[in-house]
Design a protein around this ligand. Structure first.
Ligand code: BG6
Length: 488
């Protein structure tokens, strides 16, 4: 039996027939049920605008659940889980449609309203929940993207804040729910070994790569308005950067952690107009190969606008203006249609201060801490050792001290990020959710890049699908005398 207890709730899922709900949220709730982490009185109400009968929609949700959970689905758990579900047709903008929701929620002590809908309707949903008396005990969960710049994100946040206080507002960045991302906190703050080295005296630079093999996957309509900077850097990569760069929080409370993250975001150096050409690379994939098969370019994807100059790749150098990180570049890189799915952070430590080995070996001397977020989750510390053998002299080589999570904890399945996040919402713990000022500080930094790109009018650089991005992303780092780790 689980060692944590979860209170009962009515879980109202807006946008219940959308891709996110079907692919991630229902399977995550099912897994929580299987793990004994849904209270027996918890009910789930699926809300959507689509016409059709309740029976038909519930049958569809059930078949999609089976599809996405796959072979590991346990029929007994699935039956118990599906029995918790009901379906309600609502027009999100019509207050009258919420009366039935209020009746169904009845005397529930806790309602969780999850918005898997476009952010443009968050304000209206909040207002309507309040009109039917559902604002008091409700926690609201907001999916990204919240706005497309600082101004629009403020509007959304302000609209929500009229009805729900910050301590009942949960903004999702699903990367924060990944086990390996939470592990960054443990790695950094439960091991004194690293903290003493974690600054500009010992670290030369940091790389954060989040590469995806997939292309746009039928999401052209959304993605083309966003682009890789808004879709990935503004949230996931900046969150990773914060967790690596933040100072130790006073405790594990949500606000202590978030206070430290905000300080990092505020310390990010703005990128000058010249920096836009030397420090930032935008790319867009053209036709190429993925796993040996030909794949179309971004502009040839179904429903594409052939004139689009939306970026599907960004690489950049970010600098943090504070005592800990002065002079330590953070190289961020993310793209669609890369050769492999890989999320990885590499911390490059400086060379020893006095070098005593053969000059030709000098280049390989530097410890690296490689944190693999996905796949093959684990941590590896590259250390220098001597090659064995009488004939080897003091020949050096770099080898790993390795911790592979799935080999080490063989029995444990790695939960999906949404399982953790939904559980934490039910427990009322906000430390894996993004506070309003964090989102705003991240937008502020990204807005200057977007404005700079707009002003320059430069088109993104092409790169072949299946490659590691435009050549200029390699130049970006080699210009500083470095290279992307393991490239690859
Ligand atoms: C989402 C982005 O937030 O993250 C997607 O909108 C991206 O474009 C996805 O594919 C990547 O998430 P993960 O967990 O597969 O790395």
């Amino acid at each position: 039996m689980p060692s944590i207890t979860v209170e009962p709730c009515t879980f109202a899922l807006f946008g219940a027939l959308g891709d996110l709900a079907l692919r991630k949220l229902f399977p995550a709730l099912y897994q929580l049920d299987g793990a004994g982490l849904l209270h027996e009185d918890t009910r789930i109400i699926a809300l959507a605008r689509e016409p059709g009968s309740e029976q038909e929609h519930l049958a569809f949700i059930a078949s999609e659940l089976r599809r996405y959970v796959g072979a590991e689905l346990d029929e007994a758990v699935a039956e118990r889980f599906l029995a918790r579900l009901s379906y309600l047709h609502v027009d999100f903008l019509k207050a009258d449609d919420y009366v039935a929701l209020a009746e169904m929620a009845g005397s529930a002590q806790r309602v969780i309203a999850y918005f898997a809908t476009p952010a443009a309707v968050y304000g209206a949903i909040c207002e309507n929940l309040s009109k039917v008396g559902l604002a008091e005990n409700t926690r609201v969960v907001l999916e990204k993207p919240i706005g497309s710049d600082l101004e629009s994100s403020r509007k959304v946040n302000d609209a929500v804040a009229q009805f729900f206080p910050e301590n009942r507002t949960y903004r999702i960045d699903h990367y924060l729910g990944k086990e390996t991302v939470q592990n960054l906190i443990a790695l950094r703050f439960a091991n004194s070994l690293f903290e003493t080295q974690w600054n500009q005296n010992y670290i030369s630079h940091v790389e954060i790569t989040v590469a995806e093999k997939v292309g746009i996957e039928g999401r052209w309509g959304y993605f083309d308005k966003a682009g890789q900077l808004r879709d990935m850097i503004q949230n996931h990569l900046l969150q990773l950067l914060c967790l690596i760069a933040m100072d130790p929080p006073a405790d594990l409370s949500a606000d202590s952690i978030r206070d430290e993250k905000v300080k990092v975001l505020k310390a990010l150096a703005p990128i000058s107009p010249e920096g836009l050409t030397t420090q930032v690379v935008r790319g867009q994939y053209i036709a190429g190969y993925s796993e040996g098969k030909p794949v179309p370019g971004y502009l040839e994807e179904p429903n594409s606008n052939t004139q689009s100059d939306t970026e599907t790749f960004v690489a950049l150098r970010a600098d943090i203006r504070n005592w800990r990180w002065a002079g330590v570049p953070f190289y961020l890189r993310t793209g669609k249609r890369m050769p492999q799915k890989l999320s990885q952070i590499v911390i490059h430590f400086k060379e020893p201060s006095h070098y005593i080995f053969a000059p030709e070996q000098r280049l390989q001397i530097s410890n690296k801490l490689i944190i693999r977020l996905q796949p093959d989750e684990g941590i590896s510390l590259r250390v220098m050792t001597k090659e064995q053998g009488l004939d080897k002299g003091m020949q050096l080589r770099s080898g790993p001290l390795q911790l592979n999570f799935s080999d080490t904890w063989r029995s444990a399945r790695i939960p999906d990020a949404y399982e953790r996040l939904l559980l934490e919402v039910m427990r009322g713990n906000q430390n894996l959710f993004v506070r309003k000022d964090e989102i705003e500080a991240a937008w502020k930094w990204c807005d200057q890049l977007i404005a700079g790109w707009k002003k320059s009018g430069d088109a993104p650089k092409p790169y072949a699908a299946g490659s590691w991005g435009p050549m200029s992303s390699i130049a970006l780092i080699t210009r500083d005398g470095r290279s992307w780790y393991g490239d690859i």
